[in-house]
Write a protein that binds this ligand. Sequence first.
Ligand SMILES: C[S@@+](CC[C@H](N)C(=O)[O-])C[C@H]1O[C@@H](n2cnc3c(N)ncnc32)[C@H](O)[C@@H]1O
Length: 232
Amino acid sequence: MDLSNRLLEITKFVPKGSVVADIGTDHGYIPVYLVEKEISERVIASDISPASLEKTVEYVNRMKLQDKIQTRVGDGLKVLKPAEVDTVIIAGMGGILISNILEESREVTDTIDTFILQPMVASYELRKYLTANGFKIVEESLAKEGRRLYEIIIVKRGEEIIAKDIYYEIGPRLIEKKHPLLKDFIAWKKQEVEDIIRKLEEASIERVRDRYEDMKKKIAEYEEVERKIEGS
Ligand SMILES: C[S@@+](CC[C@H](N)C(=O)[O-])C[C@H]1O[C@@H](n2cnc3c(N)ncnc32)[C@H](O)[C@@H]1O
């Protein structure tokens, strides 16, 4: 099974030899890939939805990997005992749900070495949560599928100070390393905001004035980051 760009990019950050939990695994593609490529010796694949996990159970059985991949139904990290795994993947969910999952099981969270997080939305809120709650962002990446770009945030316990509000939205490690997809990412975000501006301009009423000003400010901030990665 060939993984999508998004899932493949996630697997690149799994330390070799690690014991992994894939929370919200759904189809089970990541656990099977990690074991088949001998990146992980043992994976716990879990999902809150029994119907979703059933897909993983069938796939794992078909690949005859039951001795290496354990499946568990349950909510977030509650399926794990402290220190049972060293690496946790939480991908394909909203950033706020990801932060709730981390926060609700601090006794487990505090024993994990590496988190690989892939928020579909609300990465700003996720970075805010992480930096306010004793996590540091050690690495970040982007994956492109069609026009859409996906953020991948690798986190360990530690301290992180974010210098500017816009870096909660455009991750600091992406900027530092001038990720090859960063220009595309900013262009994509600008496009989204410009679409909103156009709609607000069409509405042209006083009620939307503040939102209009916010969106204009946002474009200026994106352009500041663009100049930063082009200039230095
Ligand atoms: C869109 S799928 C993502 C699947 C896979 N991780 C990926 O990135 O392709 C989201 C999955 O998360 C599961 N999920 C949602 N909330 C969860 C929670 N609190 N704990 C565990 N799984 C959850 C859903 O049932 C669903 O299967």
